[in-house]
Design a protein. Structure first.
Length: 326
């Protein structure tokens, strides 16, 4: 498996790379050729990480390299993990980064078009990840079809799942059918109305007022809370979420459950076609995804989803020139 990780000198990558090398992302039978990508100004630091990866003597790490040249790092990749971007600081929303980070994803999308393997898949982490994914997807054009793109809302999914479990005094594994809808932003909607705790509707186990209020706000604001506490954005939980994101795509979804990622909308649930929005998904385990059909959404859920999708439409308009340039 040839894998490029952009932003290889960043904190997310530092928590992520050893876990990919150890087989946690692609499983214990898959050797990995790991490409560390970053900008020229910092690539020497990536060479230090490269040394550490070599020194780990990971049996599954068939090759590891580092370069600031996308033609090298994206060559024949099966997976592109697009982490590299400027992170937000205290007091910022992720959307504030849109004009700063957008151009990076034009470059990444173009590199995928020009150098990646046929059949390459892409996961976007750099924020605002939904719209950055939209930008890269446009830049790559027809060579990489819609079903190969995704952006990471798994961190929100994991946060919501952990929070529901804690509040219900249950295990994380007892929480199922939870899904994040919309944008990875302060408008995201964690749908508790279809979630189950120990096979029972979450709203029958937990107070609906808490679910509609504090629960949603905590999930929406968790990234900002981590930044306020740590002075830097999440890294180890983001790495964990990316491992889970890819694992959910490369392993069949357990029957009766779903996972969350932002994918290119086919118009399902009234989400404008082409927007990169989070949905409940199933995978057959081949790296692809299907949007779960027939989810019942009450008026509360519909209103929340409409608000987060409206924000995605606004973001798309702000980067119109980057979509047209591609
Ligand atoms: C997160 O959700 O923790 C990351 O997207 C970083 C951020 O800016 O919140």
């Amino acid at each position: 498996m040839r894998v490029v990780v952009t932003g290889a000198t960043g904190q997310v990558a530092y928590a992520l790379l050893p876990r990919i090398a150890a087989g946690e992302m692609f499983g214990p039978d898959t050797e990995v050729d790991l490409r560390l990508a970053d900008i020229p100004q910092v690539i020497d630091k990536a060479k230090g990480t490269l040394m550490e990866l070599e020194d780990g003597a990971y049996p599954l790490l068939s090759r590891v390299s580092a370069s600031a040249d996308r033609a090298e790092t994206f060559k024949d990749v099966d997976w592109a993990l697009l982490v590299g971007s400027v992170p937000r600081g205290p007091g910022m929303e992720r959307g504030d980064l849109i004009r700063r980070n957008g151009p990076i994803f034009v470059e990444d999308g173009s590199a995928i078009r020009d150098h990646a393997a046929t059949g390459a898949r892409v996961a976007v982490v750099g924020n605002p990840c939904n719209t950055n994914c939209l930008i890269a997807r446009h830049a790559a054009g027809a060579k990489v079809p819609d079903e190969r793109w995704s952006a990471m809302t798994r961190l929100d999914h994991n946060r919501a799942r952990a929070l529901l479990a804690k509040q219900a005094n249950a295990r994380v594994s007892d929480v199922r059918k939870l899904a994040i809808w919309g944008n990875h932003s302060a408008t995201l909607y964690p749908d508790f109305t279809n979630a189950e705790v120990n096979g029972k509707p979450a709203a029958s186990v937990l107070d609906r007022r808490w679910l509609e209020g504090e629960f949603i706000t905590l999930v929406q604001q968790r990234g900002a809370a981590v930044i306020a506490a740590r002075g830097a954005s999440s890294a180890l939980s983001a790495a964990q979420a990316l491992i889970d994101h890819v694992r959910s795509l490369v392993t069949p979804t357990p029957k009766g459950d779903c996972f969350s990622a932002a994918v290119v909308s086919d118009g399902s649930y009234g989400v404008a076609k082409g927007l990169v929005s989070s949905f409940p998904l199933h995978s057959r385990g081949d790296g692809g995804w299907e949007i779960v059909k027939g989810v019942t959404l009450d008026d509360f859920a519909r209103a929340k989803i409409a608000a987060t999708v409206a924000e995605l439409e606004k973001e798309r308009d702000i980067v119109k020139d980057l979509l047209a340039a591609a």
